[in-house]
Design a protein around this ligand. Sequence first.
Ligand code: C2E
Ligand code: CA
Ligand code: CA
Length: 599
Amino acid sequence: MIDTQSEILLVDADAVRASRIILSLRRLGFLKITHVDKREEAFQALCQTDLMLVLIDIQSEEIRGLDILTELREHGNLDWHMPLIAIADDASAEQKARAIEGGALDCLSLPSDIILLKARIQTLSARRRHVTAKRSFLQNYDYTTGLPNRYNFIKIMERLMQTYKIEKRNDQGFFVILFRFLKASEICELLGIGGGSDFINHKMEDLLQYGFRKRVIARTGDFHFATMIEASEKVDLDQLIKIWRDQLNAPIQIGDHVISSPVSIGVAFATGRERRPESVLQNAVLAATQPGARSSYALYERKKHHLAVRRVGLEAELDKAIEAEAFHLVYQPIVDVKSRKMIGAEALMRWKHPEMGLISPAEFIPLAEENGHILPLGYWALHKVMAEIEVWADEYQKGQPFPYIAVNLSGQQCHDQRLLRDIQDFLDRTNLPPNVLRIELTETALIDRPERVAALLQDLKQMDIKIALDDFGTGYSSLSYLHQFQFDVLKVDQSFVREIPVNIKNQKIVRSMITLASDLNMSILAEGVEGEAEYQYIRTMGCHYAQGYLFSKPIEASEMARMIDKIRFPFGRNAIKWHSGQKESQVAPLEIYKHEIIV
Ligand code: C2E
Ligand code: CA
Ligand code: CA
């Protein structure tokens, strides 16, 4: 089939020949033929982009067709893909060759070669149809999965909103549900780009089994998929999303690899009043980055919009920040309750953002845990602590007093063999006793594959590394964990300590925690001790250790180094020998850190 609706440009100074060519083309069915017979007009006419074919006279002096082509190309005004056919009566072989070098498909003598021209036009039409179809497919569908793409999905949303408006059902609406595959970059790294596509295809096939045959599911981003549910369907959204989430979270086998990539799910609601469907989809993406999006789903809330935007921004900057060394550690002293002396410190991360200033780990650690950045970040902290201990313990002598440094580990690090290896390497290299380092884990770290965490704790115990259970009392099933895992220290969460002098319930809870800890042979550490009254309470109750602003806020590494030096060398680095006969008054005064911690 010939595409007779597209335009043909004829550049020919010979008026008689031109009218014969036009007549022949009309007989073939072409109606849109533009004829120009002047050189200047030809320049302008050739700059159009949607021509189906250009027939250009290369023989006449008035036109000088080949020069026009060269000149236009030099200025970038003529595409090499433009289909061109040179016209020359009885052209020599040399003329034909020059025409083809100039980008022409052929050089014909017209109208005598009209049959050849027809054949050329037929192949051009076929190619054009194919390209147009492909372009329209790619504009609306994702090439890999064949699913509607973002552009198409937005058009579908727009049509639905339009229907609501027309039917005056402005208050009715639909949910846009966005699935975001986490760990996407890791999958691509492991499987290569092609493997990443295989993974997506597998997952989509699985979903099609689960109720998507009748529903639109679109690929709205590299690792984002979206669907919609009309409120009038009255489906149980929670139940449906749960089924989809379980299906998407299930591990699958690709080649030799078993891949599991959890999804986070964001939901946004749109009504017929909405003006921009793009914003609704974007809000669902934002919701998918919010707390809860991974464990169940997060619903977009307008009043939390700016928070959500901040989260997305921070998430995108996390990996760059690791490379740019924007993180550092501060240390918060831990004291012995009876003596108020520092016996250890907890390492806490800080992110110094160039524009936003200091960002709390309470904000960025959960983000890093969700998007897979926690492993590099967690290892950075562990290695930094080990490097700092190595410097602080320089020329360490066996038996010398030295405070331990506790590092917070995230759940994902508990499933990684590298952890034990790195700690063992550190101990072997430095020859330091294992009690210089401690690990803190929260209950959430234990939930995922508890048998693996139990094995890790066992291995750490064998290495004589002590482990504290952090934020105790805030999880769901604290007691059962205590029996299942072996901890050395229980850290009572700040929320119980904070109001202890006035809150009888908290007093009871802490008291029973202390009994429990002593039954299980664990020490107990109270976090977040801010006031003298709280301190007196936990002291009388029998807590062993404490941490909080009363004793010290987290301090910079340089300050910690000074404090450790005081512990190790109370009389100065050079006063190595100390006679027991020395009188108290001759002893160098100890540095008293805020609120009387004696080090
Ligand atoms: P966490 O492990 O419970 O750490 C104690 C948090 O309480 C710290 O907040 C500390 O500055 C704060 N704090 C200590 N004493 C007091 C007090 O008397 N009053 C009050 N109001 N707060 C007190 P920070 O440094 O913002 O850390 C927040 C959380 O971020 C940590 O809670 C921990 O879960 C996480 N985190 C920090 N660094 C790391 C790390 O290197 N790795 C991992 N996985 N998590 C970390
Ligand atoms: Ca901690
Ligand atoms: Ca804590």
